[in-house]
Every structure is written in C-alpha cells, then in structure tokens.
Design a protein around this ligand. Structure first.
Ligand code: IPM
Ligand code: SF4
Length: 772
C-alpha cells in the first residue's frame, strides 16, 4: 500500500511541486507566476512570437522595464527615449522593447516612470515578487527574488519566448543545498560579506545543479533587502537559485506594496497562511550542507577576476603558491596579471581610481543609507577620478532624496545618478577605462566586466564608501562608528504617494490604450529572417578547439558591447572578443586558439577546465559559438543557464567528468585531428572511428535535438494541463491572478487554442508525436 505520509520536503521541493503542470520521465512542465522582462534579452523572443503569430499568454503576470542600456545621466530634459539615448544600438534595443510592450499590451516602466529601475529591484519593490511564486527573467540575477521564498531563476531568450507564449518552462528538478549561517554579524560586516565569504568557500561552481536555501540565525535576523543581496549572488556560487523561507520580516516588507494582496483583506490572510507553510521540514534531506559561523566573516573584498577570489580586507593578495590545485595556480597567475597586482601586497595598500555604488546586488535604500553613514561629513579622496551612486530604481532615488542622502553624497564629492545597471556591466556610457581599478558593490569581477581592461574589486556598500574616502581599498571599521553597517529591519521605502497616481484611471489608461495587435506592429529595426526553431543534431564531425581554462564565463564568450543586437545572427566575429583580438584593435592575437589552423574551422570546442559558460544568462554566448561554426562544447561541467541555452539552439553540450576520457578527446583536438560526436549512440570517436569517450544526455533533450523539435510547439500541445493548473491557481492562490495594474481590464489568460496540426516556429509541420 502506498504510504499516505509525504516524505519530508525542502522549501524548494514545496514551491517546485506546487507549480508542476505535467511531469514525465523527470521532465517537468513548470508553471511560471511572474515574468520580468528587460530590453537586452527580449527582442528576439518577441520576434519569435511574431513569426509564429503567438500572443503573450499572461500579460497580467508580465512586467517590463529598461535598465541595462540606459544612460544614468539626469532625465530633467527627457522627452522621448529616442532623443535621450545617444548610442544607436542601445537606443534601438530600448525602443524595440517600447514597441513590443505596446504591441503585446504589457505593463512597462519606461524612462519617464518613477517605478523604472533595475529589474530585480523593481519586482520586489512593487510586490510583483511574492513568496511561493515561480519568478523568471532573461537575466541571471533573477535569483535575487528567492529572498521571498520564491523559486526565482534566470533563463535565456529562447526560454523567455517559451514563457511569454505558454507561461511555463520545461525543466528538471534541482538538487537541494543548505547554507546555514549562524551567529551575529560583527560591526562593519554585512550581508554582502556573508555571500562573498560563502562563494569563497564553495567556489563559483559549488552550487551547480542546486537550489541553495540560506538559513540559520544570521539569515533570519537580516532585513529583506539584505536577504536579497545574498540570494542575488547565489548565481555567482553557480546555483540555479537561492531561497530564504518567508517569515514575519517578509510579510512586513510586503504590506502595502502595490501588487501584493491588500493588507488585512481575506486574501492577505489566506496568503500569509499559505506563505507560513513554506519552510523546509525538520528532517528534509539535503544533497549538500554548508555551515558558517558569523564570527569567521570579516569585511570581504575580491582580489582577482572571479567572485570566488576573495580575502578579508585585513589580508594580502594571494599568489599561485597559496593554491594546491594546478588549475587554481594557473588561474591565480592569470588573474594577478590582469588585475595588475603583486602577490603579498596588503589589500589596504591597493589604490583605487573609481568607486561604484549600485547594481541589483546593492542599490536599495538600505545600501544607500549604510554608505551615507560612512561618507557623512567626509570628502572623496583626491586620487579618486569618479565616485558614483546609482540608485536601483526611481523610487529608491526619490526616497533617498527625501532623506537627504543625495546631499550627503554630493557634498562628499560623489555623483548622484539616475536608476539603471550603470557601471555594473557598462552597456551604457558608465564604464572603466583600460587599467582603471574600481571599488564596486556589484556582483561580477570578470575580465572586462566594467569596461575593457578595467579592474573590479567586489565589496559591500560601506566598504566601497570607505574606499572612496580613503582612496585605497580600506577597512570600514577604521573609519566609522561600530553601528554603521547594521542592515537590518530599517524603515520601508515610501511607495504610497506614487501608488496613488499609479492606480488612477488616467495612468491605467495610458498603459491600456496601447495598440494590442502583435502582428501588425513590427519593431522599427527588422529582425526578419531569424529562426526561433531548432535545427537537427545527429552526428557532427570536425576540428575541435582545445582550451584549458577554468570558469570561462559568458562575459568572456561574448562581451557586453555585443549584447546590443536585436538579432540572433552575426555574432561569430565577436566570439571571445577580448581574447581573440589585441587590446583596442581588430588585429588577431595569434596565440589564441581560434586564430590558429585548423581551429579557425572548429565545429567543436573541448575545454578541460570546469564550469564552462558560468555567469550571465546571455543566449548571445551560444549564438556566437554557433555563428562561428561551433555546435558542440565538451567540458567537465557547465554553468546551468548556458547549458540550457545551448540545447535551445540545436547545440549539444557534453559533460565528461572522467578526466582521462576528457583528456583523450583533448589530445586528439590538440593534435589538430578531427573528432566525431555521435549523438544517437552517445559516443565521441577519433577520425579513425575509434572510441574516445561515452557521454550521457537526457532522453528528452536528445529526442528534441535529433528530431529538431521546437519545445514551444510541444508545450502548446499541453494547453489543457496548463488551463487545469491555472484553475487550481485561481482557487488556491487567488492573489496571483491579474492582481497587477491591469486587473480591472483582464480577468485571466489570453486564450490560446490547442494546436491541432502542431508546427515549429519555422512553420514546418511536426511529424513527430507531441508526447514528451
Ligand atoms: C544582460 C543579461 C543577460 C546579463 C545576465 O544575465 O546576468 C546581465 O544582467 C549581467 O549581469 O551580465
Ligand atoms: S548584474 Fe548588473 S547588469 Fe546584471 S541585472 Fe544586475 S545590475 Fe544589471
């Protein structure tokens, strides 16, 4: 007899299972409650919808804004986006989003709206992010929203299109990892130090394949904003998502948010009672557990080019001899050369050129308050060329100004900017010049991240503020009173005044009046000709380019300046741009493998270093590889989002954990001989047909690749199950339906007919059965 008692479950298990629309052979069709959209990763997705004459299934569950490309200069003279953004590609990308939100009738916070801001700041701010929801965005730092006990993760552009069309994703279960942080944070130590410390311990691949739950007394005592900074950087620890169980702190934060259920209503009570069940059962099983004591955490800074390269501010720059592992010794040498640092130098003796306080990690009101407490009454050091404060949203900026924080910063010599991603990745005018060193509150210190040749040191807002005042990387504890860094339980941002105008009829009508015919409103710059469907993959034979670098991130595969396209094609020449060309020129660097024969014609890439494709969710990385001619990447492990993105483009990523098998493949690659990848038989051979390695691949993914199946069309075949889930959702979690700004106008999903003769996005009829 099957047992009626359910096995103990983690918070992740509970949220995941409440969103299963359908499940077969380990593949799950997962319902998505909240979809955030920004200008960089959406144009090709909307184009895919147009090509297949599809609509957005749940406009009421979709929220769009511009953040990455926009200048953070004053908007006093803003008239239109077209006039405001000088850089042509950035302008096109932002205007394309504006046209798409009109055409598809979506809620949009544009440059003229106070609610505009970094996508991961505005979701929580508006109450769009709620406990127990599934939240996605074409952006890796979607993990931020997990602070609410939501299952929130980044996706690529093909998946953005899938969610827009079906409000679901095809996925598999992740593993459960617990990171328990206990004790009390010492003065000067904040949530950013916790997460930098954790990543220093687990490494950037430590969370691969896992959802991390952060728990323990230290996490419980943190404010929501501090919890968001921690979950934000779970992606830097390689995890799919980070989560914190919702509690009274969460409920207090949500009270009065425009899109949360109205406080004290019956719906609020029902919601709180459901949210209160969202915690891991006592005896839940964990695949990995990490325990950390706060007394071991000091103010922490990064020294290298990976977020795992961290030391306490009281430490020194490490050298290759400090590492046992050969890969790590090599990475350390490379990082020191890039960062212009000498092993053994005390961290506090490193001079800084620029200071950036902003990003989705640390641009909330509490971050600005904490930094202002350090800066108050002091001056930015004379060697600092530029110190910037970039609030995470228009509402954060407004609140900070109401509290006089802007004045504290500008009196000290900081620039007070408008909301956006800014110098976190420099897709906008805010960048580092080559060789400049930046104290930054952002989340990634990859080579070239803040500008080609720029050098980033990650740290907390109070530490960045201290660096600005001292002119070197500095220990904030020497500079400010002990109470300064407490980032707990501080008062809420003032939303009320603005909420009133938001829900006025006039405001709603401004949003609603946009034309709603997706097919008749093409974007200004045509994306015609792109293919959203999947080419088939069976057997691939060709040269394999060998690489032996660990943690090759997607910023390295394709740097930010090439993300401004609204097409999928033409990115091959940008592949590995910073490594392939000499600095600042179009001259090839002859030492880079893809500039050598026969690797100019590679169809395969073999990387012996782990964690290939970690970092950002940019699908531009597989697009660039594909455009160059590479259809298959072989490595010991991959970043989760990159791994998914390759499949969506008819590419095959192969994990080979057996190092001797991997080395056999790499040796053939290095000898300049051809390699054959046989997907149906799951084997890699040399040119003579001798087996080099076997590999695993999920059955469903293989089926899609071999048959060139388009999974949006497959999911459209599941419309009845989706509708059943939506009916349950309305019954059990009524606050999730159309509680948005458009509630009065839309009561449910856009009707999607079940497809009788299913077609791919390329318009071809599917011969294969629709089962998966
Ligand atoms: C542009 C976007 C795809 C990217 C991400 O996914 O993280 C960006 O936000 C980043 O931080 O690199
Ligand atoms: S990490 Fe930086 S670029 Fe990416 S969303 Fe956050 S602020 Fe924007």
């Amino acid at each position: 007899m099957p047992s009626a008692v359910r096995p103990p479950r983690t918070l992740y298990d509970k949220v995941f299972e409440d969103h299963i629309v359908d499940e077969k052979d380990g593949n799950v069709l997962l319902y998505i409650d909240r979809h955030l959209v920004h200008e960089v990763t959406s144009p090709q997705a909307f184009e895919g919808l147009r090509n297949a004459s599809r609509k957005v299934r749940r406009p009421d569950c979709t929220l769009a804004t511009v953040d990455h490309n926009i200048p953070t200069a004053s908007r006093k003279n803003l008239t239109t986006t077209e006039k405001f953004i000088d850089e042509a590609d950035s302008r096109t990308q932002c205007m394309t989003l504006e046209e798409n939100v009109k055409a598809f009738d979506l809620t949009y916070f544009g440059l003229d709206d106070k609610r505009q801001g970094i996508v991961h700041i505005i979701g929580p701010e508006q109450g769009f992010t709620l406990p127990g929801t599934t939240v996605v965005c074409g952006d890796s730092h979607t993990s931020t929203h997990g602070a609410f006990g939501a299952l929130a993760f980044g996706i690529g552009t093909s998946e953005v299109e899938h969610v827009l069309a079906t409000q679901t994703l095809i996925t598999t279960r992740s593993k459960n990892m617990k990171v328990q942080v206990d004790g009390e944070l010492a003065p000067g130590v904040s949530s950013k130090d916790i997460i930098l410390h954790v990543i220093g311990i687990i490494g950037t691949a430590g969370g691969t394949g896992c959802v991390i739950e952060f728990c323990g007394s230290a996490i419980r005592s943190l404010s929501m904003e501090a919890r968001m900074s921690i979950c934000n950087m779970s992606i830097e620890g390689g995890a799919r998502a980070g989560m914190v169980a919702p509690d009274q702190t969460t409920f207090e934060y949500l009270k009065g948010r425009p899109l949360a259920p109205k406080t004290d209503s019956a719906e609020w009570k029902k919601a709180v009672s459901y949210w209160s069940t969202l915690k891991s059962d006592e005896d839940a099983k964990w695949d990995h557990e990490i325990f950390i004591d706060c007394k071991d955490i000091a103010p922490t800074v990064s020294w290298g080019t990976s977020p795992q390269d961290v030391v306490p501010i009281t430490g020194v720059v490490p050298g290759p001899d400090d590492f046992q592992d050969e890969d790590k010794k090599k990475s350390c040498k490379k990082a020191l050369a890039y960062m212009g640092l000498i092993a053994g130098t005390p961290m506090q003796e490193i001079p800084v050129d620029k200071v950036f306080i902003g990003s989705c990690t640390n641009a909330r009101i509490e971050d600005l308050r904490a930094a202002a407490r350090v800066v108050e009454g002091k001056k930015v050091a004379s060697n600092i060329k530029r110190a910037m404060i970039v609030p995470g949203s228009g509402l954060v900026k407004q609140q900070a100004e109401a509290e006089g924080l802007d004045k504290i910063f500008t009196d000290a010599g900081f620039e007070w900017r408008e909301a956006g991603c800014s110098m976190c990745l420099g897709m906008n005018p805010d960048i580092l010049s080559p060789g400049e060193r930046c104290a930054s509150t952002s989340n990634r210190n990859f080579e070239g991240r803040q500008g080609a040749g720029g050098r980033t040191h990650l740290m907390s807002p109070v530490m960045a503020a201290a660096a600005a005042i001292v002119g070197n990387l500095a220990d904030v504890r020497k500079l400010a009173p002990p109470s300064m860094a407490a980032d707990k339980g501080s008062p809420k941002i003032e939303l009320d005044a603005h909420m009133e105008d938001v829900s006025s009829d006039e405001d709603l009508d401004r949003i609603i009046d946009a034309p709603a015919d997706p097919v008749s409103h093409p974007p200004s710059q045509s994306t015609a000709g792109i293919s959203a469907g999947m080419p088939k993959f069976e057997t691939l034979r060709g040269y394999a380019a060998p690489m032996d670098i660990a943690n090759i991130d997607t910023d390295a595969i394709i740097p930010k300046q090439f993300l401004k396209t609204i097409k999928r094609s033409g990115l091959g020449s940008a592949l590995f741009h910073a490594w392939r060309y000499e600095p600042g020129s179009d001259n090839e660097d002859a030492s880079f493998v893809l500039n050598q024969e026969p690797y100019r014609n590679s169809k395969i890439l073999v990387c012996t270093g782990p964690n290939f494709g970690c970092g950002s969710s940019r699908e531009h990385a597989p697009w660039a590889l594909l455009d160059f001619g590479i259809k298959c990447v072989i490595a010991p492990s991959f970043g989760d989002i990159f791994f998914n993105n390759t499949f969506k483009n008819g590419m095959l990523p192969i994990r080979i954990t057996d190092s001797s098998a991997l080395n056999r493949v790499a040796d053939v690659a290095k000898a300049g001989k051809e390699v054959e990848v046989d997907l149906p038989n799951q084997v890699i051979r040399d040119a003579d047909g001798d087996e080099l390695a076997k590999f695993d691949v999920e059955e469903f993914r293989k089926h899609c690749l071999v048959n060139g199946l388009d999974d949006i069309a497959l999911t459209m075949g599941k419309v009845e199950q989706i509708e059943r889930h939506e009916a349950r959702r309305t019954r059990e979690w009524p606050w999730l339906d159309g509680s948005g700004y458009l509630a009065r106008h839309r009561k449910g999903p856009v009707k999607v007919e079940a497809v009788s003769v299913p077609k791919t996005n390329r318009g071809e009829e599917l011969k294969e059965p629709l089962e998966w």
